[in-house]
Design a protein around this ligand. Structure first.
Ligand SMILES: NC(=O)c1ccc[n+]([C@@H]2O[C@H](COP(=O)([O-])OP(=O)(O)OC[C@H]3O[C@@H](n4cnc5c(N)ncnc54)[C@H](O)[C@@H]3O)[C@@H](O)[C@H]2O)c1
Length: 495
């Protein structure tokens, strides 16, 4: 059951590099996928993308992802568009092929099912031709790997309705992306026009023997590429203009636009000689490292950049932070029924590589992180929502942890929480962290939290609603045996 309201199943047309990436992003967000791709190898290829994506997405997000959706391969575009709430087309970049797929699929999908096309540069006004309800087509141009890159450019055609653009925006946001609405329908949209300029100049430099593939990449990855990843071009140039900003920058560098610094108006002839040089230099650059290995390296680097930016709360880091809030809210859903006669199972996580120390074991601080996540979820469980957090919260004032066993990278852990006691201001609970494989308890933690008026900056009574929810839970949890480690002092001999 998808955790995203109104988005249970999506239809995907095409399951190559991009379609496979979409499948991974939807499935790992708990949405079922129906995929149409005539290539008999497609299930294998999508399976390989999924393996990479599972690894990468569990590394990227702190909160646990929902249970994975189900992938079904179907035999026609019509089947892929039946009983789905959204369709994404990622077939080869050929206008007639895309038009044919969209025509067939739209003939069976109800009028409110929006179609996104992954095209890198074909115009939506042309793709709409022949569709049933053409107003529900929009370009949703993603970037590879779709399961990690936040950007998706939304561009409507002449007939596209505003409701379609809004729906596409909501769908992409719900799976952790950063949609960018484009005002003007233009070949190549915005990002590819910019990338094409760089690519064209790179080809010229290889063609003219100015620089090798390696030099061209080094000139970006150790320099401007780092800046682009968070501020883009224009804001960085404003800063480069010093106190006088963009006006000074233009005075200084405007004249060079007339000098021969680039050959962007033309493209080198793609002769066999140029292709051989390009491919040879690219092979030398890869130095025998295979595709899946390069993909994993790329994914790890992207994850590091985005996690680093999360710490600053800027650019792609802001998107990550906001999406983690969504995941967090979805993790404790009001309609999920818990057995109140047991400690509440509220949080699950797979131990990422970077949580492991030089001994190969999960670091102490990460155990604390897991129990803190569980603490957040008990707050959500008793009714602390985003609105409540604008004025009040619970702060942890005392904690005690016990370590029983090691956890290793890749171990699946879950945390259960037992309410020990509460009053109007205090919440005293006990977390057990279990290994999912054998349910063994690897650590326990006891916490005392204090209800705080965050605006006034002092302790305060919780709301009547929260207290009623706590009373209801306490009626059950007070019947549970007191956990063996509850109330221990540091150094107390173990039984
Ligand atoms: N590769 C990129 O970096 C990238 C980035 C953004 C957007 N795109 C766009 O995404 C789309 C797909 O590109 P890709 O890189 O995934 O290509 P790809 O060649 O990897 O995948 C295309 C897939 O479509 C399948 N296919 C062929 N005929 C089909 C049909 N009649 N119906 C359904 N599927 C069919 C193929 O079997 C293949 O699996 C293109 O429009 C491309 O411009 C690509």
């Amino acid at each position: 059951m998808s955790p995203i309201p109104g988005l249970h199943t999506v239809g995907l047309l095409g399951g190559g590099v991009i379609g496979g990436g979409w499948a991974a992003r939807f499935l790992l967000n708990g949405v079922d996928v129906k995929m149409y791709d005539p290539d008999p190898e497609a299930p294998r290829k999508v399976g390989e993308v999924m393996a990479n994506a599972r690894r990468a997405m569990t590394k990227l997000y702190q909160p646990a992802l929902p249970p994975e959706g189900t992938l079904t391969f179907v035999d026609s575009p019509e089947e892929a568009a039946t009983d789905v709430q959204f369709v994404q087309e990622s077939a080869p970049e050929r206008m007639e092929l895309k038009q044919m797929l969209l025509r067939r699929a739209s003939a069976v999908a109800p009028a409110d099912v929006v179609f996104g096309s992954s095209t890198s540069g074909l115009l939506p006004s042309m793709m709409q031709e022949g569709m049933t309800h053409p107003e529900r087509l929009v370009v949703g141009h993603p970037f590879n790997p779709v399961y990690l890159m936040p950007l998706v450019e939304i561009c409507g055609g002449a007939l596209t309705s505003q409701a379609t653009k809004d729906r596409a925006f909501d769908v992409y946001t719900a799976i952790g992306m950063r949609p960018l609405h484009l005002d003007v329908e233009i070949d190549g949209f915005v990002a590819d026009r910019r990338m094409e300029a760089l690519w064209r100049e790179a080809l010229w430099m290889i063609n003219d023997g100015v620089a090798t593939a390696q030099q061209i990449d080094d000139a970006i990855r150790f320099g401007p590429g780092l800046r682009w990843s968070f501020m883009g071009t224009l804001l960085i140039y404003r800063i480069a203009g010093g106190e006088a900003g963009m006006r000074h920058f233009m005075a200084q560098f405007g004249p060079s636009l007339q000098w021969p610094w680039s050959k962007l108006t033309d493209v080198p002839e793609l002769t066999d000689e140029l292709l051989d040089t390009l491919v040879g230099q690219s092979d030398a650059q890869a130095a025998g490292v295979g595709l899946r290995e390069l993909e994993a390296l790329r994914d790890d680097c992207l994850i590091s950049v985005m996690k680093g930016l999360r710490g600053v709360g800027y650019g792609a880091g802001e998107v990550l932070e906001q999406f983690e809030r969504q995941l967090f809210s979805r993790a404790v859903q009001p309609d999920v029924t818990h057995d109140l006669d047991q400690p509440l199972r509220l949080y699950e996580v797979t131990v990422p590589d970077e949580w492991v120390d030089y001994n190969g074991h999960m670091n102490d601080s990460r155990f604390f992180q897991v129990t803190s996540e569980a603490g957040d979820r008990i707050m959500r469980f008793i009714g602390v929502d985003d609105e409540y957090l604008t004025h009040s919260s619970y702060y942890t004032v005392e904690s005690h942890m016990n370590f029983g066993a090691q956890a290793m990278a890749g171990d699946r852990l879950y945390a259960t929480v037992q309410l020990l006691s509460h009053d109007t201001k205090r919440l005293h609970h006990f977390t057990s962290i279990h290994r999912a494989d054998d349910d063994a308890v690897v650590a326990t933690a006891e916490h005392l939290m204090l209800h705080v008026d965050t605006v006034a900056g002092k302790s305060s009574p919780a709301s009547a609603e929260l207290l009623a929810n706590l009373d209801r839970l306490a009626a059950h949890h007070s019947q549970l045996p007191k956990p063996a480690h509850a109330g221990r002092f540091v150094g107390q001999p173990r039984a």
